[in-house]
Design a protein around this ligand. Structure first.
Ligand code: BGC
Length: 388
């Protein structure tokens, strides 16, 4: 299905996905090797493709999105996520590129939380706080591939069982990560978890996006819309203060599409100084528990547009402030600030210590679910691949 061309800004405001209809092969899925780690462990990958010419590769290390090829407005597919060419480089430079982050994505103050009167101490790995699951979070373990199916949507299911006490968390946690790509232009990622003891869970995907692909264009020119009228301000350690602050009149108001670079250096705002740019959780508008638009990014240079839908209450927007040219990624390219942004649908940071935030608790017999959809389009859809 194809809806007619509308200029970029109109499409951004209208909130509807313009679907890509590139004349590529039908949905397909395969399983392949992604090399061997220095310690001898084999890494595998699932590759899903669709008619729209989108291709995603997910590897068993971190159940991470290693590449995501999406056509631009001329039909040329380009890789819109940062990462490495080999599995071993992910081990050497842990930066959560494309990874599944958990058990608790984002920060937990000082690595402490209490459940039913008992205090738990987690591994700390970020200035005395717990970040993205600790020293060996879900990004650093090898997941299993449970199934890979070609039928539309092409689907791959990954799983990992985290032992009781791993990184300090209570309960044996069984987790699945399901990736599916339909023939319109939607990549759906769904995390599910069950436990045998009461625990806390918050799992997300940590892809670093640059919709211009490998052209070198900065994400500071991307137009971002975030469907949130409030965000959670942080202290100097990036731990939320507990306040829900209105975005109105601040550098955090993305309710209308705004270039990321327009306010990312707004040093008058202490929150921008604390984050070295954006590194904040937005409290999404609309009822949590129902899929709704969380964010939309549009790259004027390539014409690519990506919408993120989620049922999660929050969205972490990280403007890649810690990319400091110390890492060379795919093709030997040095990654610097402005090269990518991360948008993570999830619960609010430090939720286990903030009674006013939506709860991260998971009890035996219940299933944790976090679903996110990435819907792709361009500002000039409907052109066959390769036609300018
Ligand atoms: C966090 C950043 C952190 C980054 C690491 C983001 O989710 O918000 O503070 O540096 O992950 O990749």
């Amino acid at each position: 299905m194809l809806r007619g061309f509308r200029p970029l800004a109109t499409a951004l405001l209208a909130g509807s996905a313009l679907l890509l209809t590139m004349g590529a092969a039908a949905a397909d899925a395969k399983r392949e090797s992604f090399g061997t780690l220095a310690d001898g462990r084999q890494v595998e990958a699932a590759v899903l493709g669709n008619k729209a010419g989108i291709r995603v590769k997910i590897m068993t290390l971190g159940a991470a999105i290693q590449s995501l090829l999406v056509p631009d407005r001329s039909g040329h597919a380009g890789d819109i996520v940062l990462g490495f060419d080999s599995a071993q480089e992910y081990v050497q430079n842990p930066s959560y590129f494309g990874a599944t982050v958990g058990r608790f994505a984002n920060r937990i103050a000082k690595g402490h939380f209490s459940l039913d009167g008992k205090t738990f101490t987690l591994a700390t790995n970020d200035r005395g706080n717990h970040l993205h699951g600790g020293l060996k979070g879900f990004d650093k373990v090898l997941w299993s591939i449970d199934s890979v199916k070609s039928a539309s949507p092409a689907t791959a299911v990954f799983s990992y069982t985290s032992p009781d006490g791993e990184e300090g968390y209570p309960g044996t946690l069984h987790v699945t990560a399901t990736y599916s790509l339909d023939d319109d232009a939607t990549l759906r990622v769904e995390f599910k978890a069950t436990t045998d003891k009461s625990t806390i869970v918050n799992i997300s995907n940590h892809s670093y996006f640059n919709l211009s692909a490998e052209t070198g264009a900065s994400v500071l020119n991307h137009l971002l819309l975030v469907n949130a009228s409030k965000y959670t301000p942080v202290d100097a350690g990036l731990i939320p203060t507990g306040e829900l602050r209105a975005v109105q009149g601040t550098a955090f108001d993305f309710r209308k599409p705004t270039a990321i670079g327009a306010r990312v250096r707004d040093g008058h705002d202490q929150q921008i100084r604390y984050g070295r740019g954006y590194d904040h959780n937005f409290a999404l508008d609309g009822a949590a528990g129902k899929m709704r638009l969380a964010a939309r990014i549009a790259d004027p240079s390539s014409g690519r547009i990506m919408e993120i839908f989620t049922a999660a209450p929050g969205l972490q927007f990280y403007s890649g402030n810690f990319l400091d040219a110390t890492i060379s990624g795919k093709g030997g390219r040095v990654y610097r600030e402005g090269d990518a942004l991360v948008l993570e649908p999830q619960l609010f940071p430090d939720a286990p210590n903030q009674p006013g935030f939506p709860s991260a608790r998971l009890d035996p017999g219940k299933t944790y679910v976090n679903t996110m959809e990435y819907r792709f389009s361009t500002d000039k859809p409907g052109r066959p691949a390769g036609v300018q």
